[in-house]
Design a protein around this ligand. Structure first.
Ligand code: PGA
Length: 263
């Protein structure tokens, strides 16, 4: 099946709690000459909060877009240690990763919390990358579809069709994150097609066709291409392999070559 090209490809790096502001700037200087820029591929990087502003300043004039890994669900207030959507936006963030499984598991974020953050991010003009994915136990109990649907519907409650089309969904099977176990391209494609069907049922066929669905979980340069060739995989959310400019550039450039040869 020919790859759907109406959606831009997205290669996103999630740095988690790695890299100081200085290291982030050095990374951008090293990455930029290694990647080919194209309007068909969006290259996203999510550094820790403290590196967002310097990274966004350094990325100006390049094809690299900077975003955040999390935010608070309130617009402002007495929430010691928290960061609000508008603060991120003003620092230069253009997107925010929400509901990552590490946030759900370690910081006990549930779908209701993710939903409040999604609504707040959209209000602030930050593009939410909403992460969903089943655990190993749920996977082994054949509950993938049930879990994905509940996470999707509950995390996006109250989001109407037009803003829904501005989201990015990241399918990140929890059993694949940081474990070295990647979903096979076929497994990931099946999950992505199912997510797209849920978006169509919940919002509209137009939204389902517009929303990029990206895959995350132990993505390495060697299997990026096979994943990206699947018709419903529009991009990759990369953790460990996004910490080195050369491995991240290899993933970006693989995708560029697929776009160039197929597009
Ligand atoms: P990983 O992380 O590539 O290191 O598995 C992916 C993620 O957590 O987004």
């Amino acid at each position: 099946m020919a790859k759907q090209r109406s959606r831009p490809s997205i290669i996103a790096g999630n740095w988690k709690m790695y890299k100081t502001a200085g290291e982030a700037v050095q990374f951008i200087d090293a990455l930029n000459p290694l990647i080919q820029s194209s309007d068909k591929v969006r290259v996203l990087l999510a550094p820790p909060f403290t590196a967002i502003y310097p990274a966004a300043e350094r990325a100006k004039g390049t094809s690299i877009v900077i975003g955040a890994q999390n935010m608070n669900d309130a617009s402002e207030g007495a929430f010691t240690g928290e960061v609000a959507a508008l603060m991120l936006k003003e620092a230069g963030a253009q997107f925010v990763i929400l509901g990552h499984s590490e946030r759900r598991r370690i910081f006990k974020e549930d779908n209701g919390m993710v939903n409040r953050k999604v609504l707040r991010a959209l209000e602030a003009g930050l593009q939410p990358i909403v992460c969903i994915g089943e655990t190993r136990e749920e996977h082994e109990a054949n509950k993938m579809e049930q879990v994905l649907k509940a996470q999707l519907v509950e995390s996006l409650a109250g989001v109407t069709a037009r803003p829904a089309a501005q989201l990015v969904i990241a399918y990140e099977p929890v059993w694949a994150i940081g474990t070295g176990l990647t979903a096979t391209p076929e497994q990931a494609q099946k999950a992505h097609a199912y997510i797209r069907k849920c978006i169509e049922e919940q919002w509209s066929a137009t939204a389902a066709q517009a929303v990029p669905i990206i895959y995350g979980g132990s993505v390495k340069p060697d299997h990026a291409k096979a994943l990206m060739e699947q018709p419903d995989i529009d991009g990759l959310l990369v953790g460990g392999a996004a910490l080195q400019p050369d491995s991240f550039a290899r993933i970006v450039n693989f995708e560029q070559s697929i776009v160039t040869s197929k597009g």
